[in-house]
Design a protein around this ligand. Sequence first.
Ligand code: AMP
Ligand code: ZN
Length: 117
Amino acid sequence: MNNDADPDCIFCKIVAGRVPAKKVHEDDQVVVFHDIHPWAPVHVLLVPRQHIVSMAEVGPEHQALLGHMMALVPRLMRELGVTGGFRQVINTGRDGGQEVMHLHMHAFGGPRPWQRG
Ligand code: AMP
Ligand code: ZN
């Protein structure tokens, strides 16, 4: 399932407002919220409103969305007080360490040491 909300998907539920999350940004394409188990002082997840399973399902039609996600992070990091740099990570599939099968980008920042990453 690529295009519609998946009723069993935790991130679709957060996007729909049916499961609570500490949201930091919302627009017509993405919802951004704090990771429930942060690895760094700032750890947010950028989640497309659309249920795309992973980067393995991405095609040319998703270029604008992915560009938007990449380019949104610098602004969000500034707004969250991150001044020393940050990391953007997308895990894909089992071997890529993806646990939630709804495409998302991690953004990590804040002073080190971090718990992971
Ligand atoms: P990944 O391994 O890339 O699929 O990462 C999934 C991330 O989602 C993990 O860092 C989890 O801590 C995070 N996560 C899972 N459920 C929730 C939730 N309900 N609210 C916020 N973050 C979550
Ligand atoms: Zn979903």
